[in-house]
Design a protein around this ligand. Structure first.
Ligand code: IMP
Length: 418
């Protein structure tokens, strides 16, 4: 493996944390390039479970350099919470193993207030994580945001809070105490400053030394601000192109692109989801699965949507697929794959742009016999039940990229090559 981008091929929560952890063995540098602490990557090491929101999971591996790239939005207080929680478990984040871009935008408490305020409206709810991600990216695009480097100048922080208070007043939301934010962020800056650097320069120096870079995607293709089910999306570029803009590593330095998908589909938050299925949701929830790592929300579940995943393969340039949670389908009599949509009597092979149209799409399914036996102990493709092998072969064909990795449980040892 040389420089590899890993993206989610569905609506997020595809089990990327686990695959990233697996691929990290073959990487020297692990980079986050978009999103913020709205993400939740769950990694199980032995009997230990870690949920990381901002810090790349490479931090759990000795000798890896972790980078928060320029495309990430950082809540410094949340980041310090994560650093301290890791320290409490014997994992140290140092200026050598955790680099933070000086150009990454900062999430402030007023972003969270604005996010929650918009979410609490009856109409137009997105179902966000309320971590302030949308408003922070909004400020970035409007050119009114502050970047990590600005935290060195408390006057800028104070001015930003005062300006935000004007907006909060218009919304009818309570004002934020500027002095408290300035003090908290000054404190945070003191601790984070040794990590803050020109990460683009570091990444190019690493490439010159032939270091292998893994770009760990957060969220998924259908939450992408351009390619997702807008407006029910997050506010960053979650597709592979975002890894380049969010890190300063150009496309011609990328060697391969992994798409991670579940053996079925899930989504959290609002928005259309053609293959959503209440029975499958109940079944997975009864198995104790499919609750959000960050918010604890029960995820909506449905059958694998090959129309959506095939388009995700195209948009990202996925050249290898990793499929997770195969074991989630273990008890099913029948497993289904959506191979087309039907809308107003027409068959569609692509995801329509209008979410109201997408919400009216009726999935056209192809049914496969279930395998009705546990796959959790399987470590080889050929040891999988024949029905599971047939299902995976169909997934590969319908989604349009070769299957490289299969995961049958949360543990590290439960991942194998296809
Ligand atoms: P935001 O990113 O908090 O603004 O939320 C926007 C949408 O993205 C909502 O539907 C969230 O549930 C979804 N979302 C954000 N982060 C994640 C994630 O890590 N996994 C799955 N969904 C996410």
């Amino acid at each position: 493996m040389s420089n590899t981008i890993l993206v989610g091929a569905q609506w997020g929560d595809e089990g990327k944390g686990k695959i990233i952890d697996y691929l990290t063995h073959h990487a020297d540098v692990v980079v986050r390039t978009q999103g913020g602490n709205n993400a939740g990557h769950t990694i199980v090491h032995g009997s230990e479970k870690y949920v990381l929101s901002l810090i790349p999971s490479g931090i759990l591996h000795r000798g890896k350099v972790c980078v928060l790239g320029n495309g990430v939005v950082i809540d410094p207080v949340a980041l310090l919470g994560e650093i301290d929680a890791l320290a409490g478990r014997g994992i140290a984040c140092t200026p050598e193993n955790l680099l933070i871009s000086d150009r990454a935008h900062v999430v402030f408490p007023y972003h969270r207030v604005m996010d929650a305020f918009r979410e609490d409206r009856k109409k137009g709810r997105i179902g966000t994580t309320k971590r302030g991600i949308g408003p922070a990216y909004g400020d970035k695009i409007a050119r009114t945001g502050l970047r990590m480097i600005d935290l060195a100048k408390p006057a800028r922080v104070r001015a930003a809070v005062l300006a935000a208070n004007q907006l909060l007043k218009q919304l009818g939301a309570p004002a934020i105490k500027a002095a408290a934010v300035v003090a908290d962020y000054e404190q945070a800056w003191k601790r984070l400053q040794p990590h803050v650097t020109d990460t683009v320069g570091h990444l190019h120096a690493a490439m010159k030394k032939k270091r292998r870079i893994l770009f760990e995607g957060a969220q998924g293709t259908y939450l992408d601000i351009d390619h997702g089910t807008y407006p029910y999306v997050t506010s960053s570029s979650t597709t592979s192109g975002g890894a380049c803009t969010g890190s300063g590593v150009p496309p011609n330095k990328i060697d391969s692109i992994y798409g991670v998908m579940k053996a079925y589909t899930t989504r959290v938050g609002e928005g259309p989801f053609p293959t959503e299925n209440a029975e499958l949701s109940d079944r997975l929830h009864d198995m104790g699965r499919e609750f959000g790592a960050v918010t604890g929300r029960a995820r909506r579940c449905g059958w694998l949507d090959a129309v959506a995943t095939r388009a995700a393969v195209q948009v990202n340039g996925v050249d290898r697929l990793a499929i997770t949670n195969l074991d989630g389908l273990d008890g099913q009599e029948v497993v289904r794959i959506c191979v087309a949509y039907e809308l107003d009597g027409q068959e569609l092979q692509r995801v329509p742009a209008d979410v109201e149209d997408l919400a009216r799409c009726v999935p056209v399914y192809r049914d496969f016999p279930g395998w009705k036996t546990s796959t959790e102990e399987v470590r080889k493709f050929t040891d999988l039940p024949k029905a599971a092998q047939r299902y995976l072969k169909a997934v590969e064909k319908l989604c349009g990229a070769p299957l490289e990795l299969i995961s049958v449980g949360p543990g590290r040892h439960q991942t194998f090559h296809a």
